[in-house]
Write a protein that binds this ligand. Structure first.
Ligand code: GLC
Ligand code: GLC
Length: 814
């Protein structure tokens, strides 16, 4: 069952009924000002940091779901009937409801009794504000007299404090009204130099800034007393809950259309110019007034919207493909690329499932997110890499997370996740392959943000690899520390009391528990570092990494092999995890996917055996589950992984982040059919038809789909912000379609399904547009390439030496 359809030409998903199984959201903003918005206008906005600079309130875990939003109400002043054109919050029945989620914008609208209304929400590029363009048309053959209300509820900035510290917060709310603009200035009197505002393009028929005055006692957003009565009360908030509400009266002749523009924004003032007049407590509005005035004009808003569309067109046009599979095309060309930007921008901070008050930016997460965006945002990728490296410790380890606003490592969680530093090597190598900008390696970067501790970025990579080498266990496999990629495999924690953190409740420096996954990651990252070192002319060092890699490979084959597949780990007692000897959790996806991806066991058949076992034990119609058999009870020595009921999350859920490792692994064995089959099983577009089962948005990946042990097998959760985005993008573009960046040029080495006659693509790479056309002439993966009509040796297209900006690459596959 579907709840809408794709409009690929406009790069939109069109939702045609408001009662989607869950709120289906989109993101507004891509630089500093962000918002999430659901298909019924729920959501919130923030500046840079979803915890520390929250503009508007949203109630996670409230009922009904998805309350707090950018709510518009219409009232027929003759019949006194009122409704929300976005369905929520009134849930009044509507005709022709639709929500178009597009690239950085959302349009929600409907008709009711001949009144058509839709609102276009977006954040203009380079501004810290959002625009709501409400267009109302009277389709009746009589004049319509309407009142329009637009409302938001302000958050008192720190979203965590706002939701908990009522003894203070119910007394500090403050607003100002000037020229009909509502300014929210809680705490501006003291240490804040920022405020929010909510403005309206039409002279208002009234406003409200106190929530209780607007809603009326004992009422919710579904039935505000003022909207019902048809008149706002001009209330001024003193404490309690400041809101912004505007009322505009509309007289519409038959067939007439009018537009109202609302602007919600964030502004910072220089500390010494906070007040006007100086010495007063009144906000200095001189900087913000011209911005507000500009965007309240429909024309300026339209221009900003067109600019935003152009921006996204140029972002997405960097890589476009045309394959025989519509789901591949749609995800590569539009939605997966778009989701990669969202994860890069926001890491795991703000979505329907991430409350914005949690973890900030993750070290391993952000490094992996780079894989999906480095071709689009090389400059921002560079900055991010340097930021990440600055949260590394001198030991080579790293803070597991840091706050985007302060850029400081998060002390609550600390470090000791032993895979973390290796991801930095992969982030940097992806950047180098894309850009060829080797100068990044010379950038001085501090450790733990400590001034004076700077070393070139290259030395950070060296410390990353040494961090693993200095932490090997009894089998010479890497020690796992608090966890490896799987945050829930906590082999050194032994958490026994409710509420304890599974990762940090003990600070045991375990010297026994080892991770075969980290070994695979080490082999992969070590090869990259060796190539980087040699490129720097450090050949001896390069050889050293190569021999360490070879040693680790050997160790994995000896101590990380279970007979048919790769083991997952050894626990603190030296017992195997992910072995046929285990009662539960006999086989895991991560070590099998990553070891083969890293090239371990390709020669001696172990890789093929591991993938066959993966297929046999882990593959389901909804994707590959993380392990089998699921843990049926809590194991103290394994930690959080066994805390989840069977089939959910890391306990045998279909963890979509790791599925692509198996896809890539399959391509290493030349299995294009299998790789693309796995790709399709979790491709959200391919799952659109079962939206009632899948339940999350059909246009973006979710972190998890419930596994076969779960009562809700096939049901997705945690959509949007997940490493799934970057890895699936990487798997389909670089491994399956095989349009792959290398240090020396663009490689074209597809491993596609045997049934595909070929595909075409266009990829901008280091300033050159490569028009690629692949034709199949046999079932295999051997490729013969010609560049601008001339056959070339091998499969790496050399960069044009004569300054050409357009290159045609033809490949015959067979
Ligand atoms: C709050 C505090 C209390 C303090 C009082 C006056 O009620 O909980 O400890 O004495 O404020 O500041
Ligand atoms: C979450 C975390 C990620 C971790 C994964 C598996 O997605 O953000 O860092 O690797 O879970 O536990």
């Amino acid at each position: 069952m579907k709840f809408g359809h794709f409009d690929d030409r406009n790069r939109e998903y069109v939702i045609t009924r408001p009662d989607t199984p869950l709120p289906w959201i989109n993101y507004l903003g891509c630089q500093s000002y962000f918002g999430i918005i659901s298909n019924t206008a729920g959501g919130y906005s923030f500046y840079r940091d979803a915890r520390l600079r929250r503009l508007t309130r949203y109630r996670y875990n409230g009922v009904p779901l998805d309350r707090g939003g950018r709510y518009v109400y219409l009232r027929d002043d003759e019949s006194k009937e009122f409704w929300s054109p976005s369905w929520q919050p009134t849930q009044h029945a509507l005709t022709d409801y639709s929500c178009r989620h597009g690239m950085g914008y959302t349009v929600i609208g409907s008709s009711y009794k001949g009144i058509e209304a839709h609102t276009r929400y977006f954040v203009p590029l380079d501004e810290n504000l959002e625009i709501w363009q409400l267009t109302v048309t009277n389709r009746r053959n009589t004049p319509a007299t309407l009142s329009t209300f637009a409302s938001i509820e302000f958050c008192l900035w720190d979203a965590q404090d706002d939701a908990t510290n009522f003894q203070r917060n119910l007394s500090i709310g403050e607003v100002e009204i000037e020229d009909g603009v509502i300014y929210h200035k809680t705490e501006y009197r003291e240490r804040r130099d920022h405020f929010a505002y909510f403005a309206c393009s039409r002279p208002g028929a009234g406003f409200d800034t106190q929530r209780e005055a607007f809603l009326g006692p004992n009422r919710g957003w579904d039935k505000p007393a003022t909207v019902e009565a048809g008149q706002l009360t001009n209330s001024i908030a003193h404490g309690w809950s400041p809101i912004g509400a505007h009322q505009v009266k509309l007289e519409l002749a038959p067939g007439e259309t009018q537009q109202i523009v609302f602007v919600l924004g964030y502004q910072e003032n220089p500390r010494d110019k906070k007040f006007d007049p100086p010495g007063s407590q009144t906000i200095n509005k001189s900087l913000v007034k011209p911005v507000i005035a500009k965007y309240l004009h429909s024309k300026a808003a339209d221009v900003a919207f067109e600019r935003l569309r152009h921006h996204w067109d140029s972002v997405l046009n960097i890589f476009q493909v045309d394959t025989p599979d519509i789901h591949t095309n749609r995800m590569v060309n539009i939605w997966n690329a778009y989701q990669c930007m969202a994860t890069f921008n926001l890491s795991r901070s703000a979505s329907s499932f991430e409350s914005g008050i949690g973890r900030g930016l993750g070290f391993r997460d952000s490094n992996q997110d780079l894989l999906g965006v480095v071709h689009v945002e090389p400059a921002r990728a560079r900055t991010r890499i340097l930021e990440l490296a600055a949260t590394q410790f001198a030991s080579g380890g790293a803070y597991h997370q840091y706050q985007p606003l302060t850029k400081r490592g998060n002390n609550d969680i600390g470090g000791g996740f032993n895979d973390d530093p290796l991801w930095l090597i992969l982030g940097v190598s992806a950047y180098l392959k894309e850009t060829g900008d080797w100068s990044i390696l010379d950038e001085p970067v501090p450790y733990d943000n400590e001034p004076g501790s700077e070393e070139p970025l290259y030395d950070h990579l060296r410390r990353s690899i040494c961090y693993t080498l200095e932490r090997l266990g009894p089998h010479h496999l890497p020690l796992i520390g608090r966890a490896d990629w799987n945050d829930c495999l906590n082999l050194n924690c032994f958490s026994s009391e409710p509420g304890q953190s599974f990762q940090t409740s003990t600070s045991k420096d375990g010297k026994v528990a080892e991770s075969v996954f980290i070994a695979g990651l080490f082999v992969h990252a070590g090869r990259e570092l060796a190539a980087i070192s040699c490129h720097r002319g450090l050949h001896a060092e390069g050889s050293r990494w190569r021999s360490e890699v070879a040693k680790m490979e050997q160790t994995v084959l000896e101590h990380g092999w279970d007979g048919e597949w790769f083991l997952r780990a050894y626990d603190d007692f030296g017992n195997k995890i992910g072995s046929s000897e285990c009662e539960e959790g006999k086989i895991f996806i991560e070590s099998n996917g990553f070891c083969v991806l890293a090239g371990i066991g390709l020669e001696d058949g172990k890789a093929a055996s591991a993938l066959a076992a993966t297929r046999e034990h882990l593959a389901t119609p909804h994707g590959l589950v993380l392990l089998q058999p699921a843990y049926s009870k809590y194991y103290l020595q394994l930690g959080e992984i066994s805390s989840y009921p069977p089939g959910y999350k890391e306990n045998a859920g279909i963890f979509c982040h790791v599925n692509p490792w198996v896809m890539i692994a399959e391509t290493r064995l030349g299995n294009g059919n299998e790789a693309h089959d796995y790709y399709t099983r979790i491709n959200p577009s391919a799952r659109e038809e079962i939206s009632d089962v899948h339940r999350c948005e059909p246009y973006v990946y979710a972190q998890m789909i419930a596994g076969k042990d779960a009562p809700t097998f096939g049901e997705a959760k945690n959509s949007w912000l997940t490493g799934t985005a970057a890895w699936n993008y990487f798997a389909i573009t670089q491994a399956i379609l095989g349009v792959r960046t290398t240090y020396d040029g663009l490689q074209v080495a597809p491993v596609i399904p045997a049934s595909w006659p070929g595909f075409t693509g266009r990829r901008t790479f280091r300033g050159v547009v490569y028009e690629i056309s692949i034709k199949r002439d046999g079932p295999g993966n051997d490729i013969a390439l010609s560049v601008d009509g001339e056959p070339i040796e091998g499969n790496i297209v050399p960069p044009p030496i004569d300054g050409r900006k357009q290159v045609s690459v033809r490949g015959v596959l067979g």
